[in-house]
Design a protein around this ligand. Structure first.
Ligand SMILES: [Zn+2]
Length: 321
């Protein structure tokens, strides 16, 4: 069985419309308490994470997805959250036949957003990141890499699309975004704004980040700002990168004046998964290349550290019991 990372009942009006991440019944804190995740933040319900040998799954009859025997555990792990989230990003961005698509963030979810955009018929796909190993994997998938330390991604995307901008943008970064601090994209005038945002977003983490462990990105709205600037007039942006409720900044005026459409949210895993099971099974896509590390579960803490530090090649880790 596959356990989607969000929980849903299957019978409320939201679930029946495919918004399984907005289920009215899964979160014990009530219908307005938000998406119910395994291992999510406290507001999302009392559910423990699933990196364990055993787990109890609420609303199992509706939430779980039966997997055919020919999809193995390694592939199934990638399908419980990150593949459907990447797919959801491409869906939110309304990727269609021939579209030019920019994917901000070439981490594991970004890689699946690239794969999904390709499956939906995108004409050209651009991947924006600063880590060489991530850009190399994007290139291996047929995307055109843009390193934001070497070129201004907004300028590059406009140049590569004849001055138009891309039809669709997927923000697979969210609040972890790093500001451009070298190269032509660095904008000194924005430093103060980003500093303020970092404090708003995660005051505690910003202070306790001295050991080099997880900390908020240095430019929480850097990715969404680039997204709004690089999309074509009347283009569409899909936001799957996570933003906390404390972040209240968005370039509204710029988006409004260019007739942009912006869709965002937590992935409706349960609604999307049957289609992905079909695509993996019939060989349209094989998610396995994204799984780069296999570590024993007893080394989980070290594995998290390596991943948080964005060590080269650490795309996605499987913890083995
Ligand atoms: Zn429901």
């Amino acid at each position: 069985m596959l356990i989607p990372s969000t929980i849903s009942c299957g019978y409320c009006s939201y679930c029946r419309s495919g918004y399984t991440a907005q289920c009215d019944n899964a979160n014990p804190n009530g219908p307005l308490a938000g998406t119910a995740f395994f291992g999510g933040p406290k507001d999302t319900g009392p559910f423990q994470g699933l990196q364990a040998q055993y787990a109890r799954t609420p609303l199992a009859a509706a939430s779980l997805v039966r997997l055919p025997d020919d999809i193995d555990d390694d592939r199934a792990i990638l399908m419980s959250d990150i593949f459907p989230t990447g797919w959801f990003g491409a869906q939110l961005a309304r990727v269609g036949l021939g579209d030019t698509v920019a994917v901000f963030g070439a981490g594991p979810v970004g890689q699946f957003a690239i794969a999904s955009a390709r499956l939906m018929g995108a004409g050209r796909i651009f991947a924006i990141d600063r880590l060489e190993s991530r850009l190399a994997m994007a290139r291996a998938q047929g995307a055109e890499p843009i390193d934001f330390d070497r070129e201004d991604p907004v300028e590059a995307l406009r140049t590569l699309t004849g001055g138009i901008g891309v039809d669709r943008v997927i923000d697979a970064v969210g609040v972890d975004a790093e500001r451009a601090d070298k190269g032509p994209a660095a904008d000194g005038q924005q430093h103060e704004m980003f500093d303020t945002e970092v404090k708003e977003v995660a005051p505690e983490q910003a202070q306790s980040a001295r050991d080099g462990q997880w900390k908020p990105g240095s430019g929480p709205t850097q990715a969404i700002q680039w997204a709004v600037k690089s999309v074509a007039k009347a283009g569409t942006i899909g936001v799957i990168g996570v933003y906390p409720p404390s972040l209240a900044r968005f370039p509204l005026g710029e988006a409004m004046n260019r007739n942009l459409r912006i869709h965002m949210g937590n992935c409706n895993h349960r609604a999307i998964l049957p289609e992905l099971v079909r695509l993996v099974r019939n060989g349209s896509v094989d998610p396995i290349a994204i799984l780069t590390q296999r570590e024993p579960i007893m080394s989980a803490i070290d594995a998290y550290k390596a991943f948080d530090k964005r060590q080269p090649g650490w795309m996605k880790v499987k913890l083995e019991p």
